[in-house]
Ligand binder design. Sequence first.
Ligand SMILES: NC(=O)c1ccc[n+]([C@@H]2O[C@H](COP(=O)([O-])OP(=O)(O)OC[C@H]3O[C@@H](n4cnc5c(N)ncnc54)[C@H](O)[C@@H]3O)[C@@H](O)[C@H]2O)c1
Length: 241
Amino acid sequence: MKRVALITGGGSGIGAAAARRFAARGMRLVLVDRDEERGTAVADELGSRFVAADVGSLADNERAVRVAVAEFGRLDVVLLNAGVPGRCGLADFTELSYRDTMRTNVDGVVYGLCACLPQLRRQGGGSVVVTASLAGITGSPDLFYATSKHALIGLVRSAAPQLAADGVRINALCPGLVDTPIIAGYRSSLEKAGLRIADPAEAATAVETILADGVSGGVWVVQAGRPASLLPVPEVVPAGW
Ligand SMILES: NC(=O)c1ccc[n+]([C@@H]2O[C@H](COP(=O)([O-])OP(=O)(O)OC[C@H]3O[C@@H](n4cnc5c(N)ncnc54)[C@H](O)[C@@H]3O)[C@@H](O)[C@H]2O)c1
């Protein structure tokens, strides 16, 4: 039986690289993106199904899962990967810009998770990978982006034990810099600063590493030229225990 994956943000960058890798492994794919042109192009290249959707809408996420199940009968892997940079900071804060970042980066992942869970539970399990970021561990000058990505790590670590009984694993992928359109605006300054930028294929390899590992609740760092590594969980014993 061929495994089935749903990938949000599958029309570009890391999502498209993961899609190409999954397709090469013979998996069936549903690609979800709000960019119809790019999403359709990648789906056509891979013979996959494309769903035009905004991950910031719960109904859109539910529709994408329905399409996957109607088309392929099951769902094994869900890569909740669509994301945007911060639209404002503290100095130029507007409610609208702030909400725009949180809507895609946080709501989009929470809705994606809630939309796929009933199907994964029905099947007796599955694997969810959430694309967070190194900025979700270290902080970043793009502080609301970092805020949104920290939230995802909290979600993954907190959801993992609750989903274990259902056989659902959930892990966070935390890439450093990856060569995708999201960094295009400042790519040359990053290079001038001597920072190494990973190829999206390296992020796809990290996703495969996560899927092959039995861990849940893991936070996986992936940087240029290095294999994905599992971040140790800080040992903090609650007071009184
Ligand atoms: N490129 C990097 O350096 C880097 C580093 C760390 C984390 N990330 C994260 O990786 C993920 C993928 O980003 P990427 O680098 O491939 O960028 P990208 O811009 O190439 O891809 C992001 C995709 O998400 C889609 N998208 C954005 N908002 C959406 C929405 N509301 N609904 C549906 N689709 C939406 C975009 O249309 C695009 O196709 C993001 O979550 C990003 O934050 C990227």
